[in-house]
Ligand binder design. Sequence first.
Ligand SMILES: [Zn+2]
Length: 426
Amino acid sequence: MKKTALFLFLLISAISAFAQDKPKLIVGIVVDQMRQEYLYRFENKFGENGFKRLINGGFMLTNAHYNYVPTFTGPGHASIYTGSTPAIHGIIGNDWWDKNLKKNVNCVEDEKQKPIGNINGNGDVSPWRLLSSTITDELKLFTQRKSKVIGISVKDRGAVLPAGHLADAAYWLDITDGKFISSTYYFNALPDWVDKFNAQKLADNYISREWNTLLPIAQYTESGPDDSPYEKIYVGKDKPTFPYDLAKLNKANGGFDMLAHSAFGNDLLTDFALAALKGENLGKNSVADFFTISFSSTDLVSHNMGPNSVEVEDTYIRLDKNIEALLGQLDVEVGKDNYLVFLTADHAVLDVPQSLKDAKLHAGVFLKGKVVKDELNTFLQKNFPNKILVESVINHGGELFAIERGRGPSLYEKRIKARKLRSRWN
Ligand SMILES: [Zn+2]
């Protein structure tokens, strides 16, 4: 894994106001790990009706960011939607050490909740650790809760945190069976439209395909070579290059994880977004509704391949078409002048540190959380004898990401495993 360190919360980028004074629907789009520079780097590959429609029809903030670390998905989504930072809204990582409970906790994990849609799924989830109200909460309060608020994402935290505490529903992808699920925080059964969507088994369809570049690969001149030493080689392949036979890799790598780690994860979420628009009647209310969408596969692909990969470029070329489809459907369902869209990122990404080092730039990573922890404690014990002051180092610290294998897991262990898998997704 060529892990990239994330330390720059980059952009509130393309904000578009198609709407008049009072929109019928507000659509918040987060593109997980998107750098603002991609708008320029991939400009010649984008069509007129995706990213460019937002840029040309709306306005763009070129230097808007919150000043905090760490810039993971949980803190990013919480900051965008609360307008505050981790010290205030409480989402200080995707996972963190709870010094009172003496254990690692996940930002949206909630043991009081159960999954809805798949009892084995990663659905013990709610926004209870989010300490501030979100813009979606405030809309609910302002309209006497008449506004409908729906959040969707491949990642649970990408759906749950933006939708806020008062949401009607949040849905995310359960990678054990490829279905969109929810939790008892929202209701006790999935609505019909979600059951119908899941029954189409679109995830099965996507995972049976081969992921090849949308354009001839020689045209990907904005990126580095396809075969690069800074990319992950999947089990079942000998090079990190196109094409990716997802069905074959899926068998080797497990669950629907490979779908989320390909551009098709965004296609599936777009299909689900279009179904949600109709299924939830968004924008047909007497007051404004709010629909939050977070595209996760941009992040997952880039974590494995790095921001200079052909895989990332292809993911953005395809995402541009996803956004075009979404805006087109909003025109039809809600009406061109009746909705307001903003698009931003929860954080950006650094070049692969080893690639920078190899290019003679100063860069590096902390490899082992345990080593850092032990060295810090040894140092601190000189002044504080017999005290273990650093109890845990997590987030890229190694310990959390190990997934136990072996004996048949209990239901609880399955959920823990699903949660750990989820935690691994930054
Ligand atoms: Zn993220």
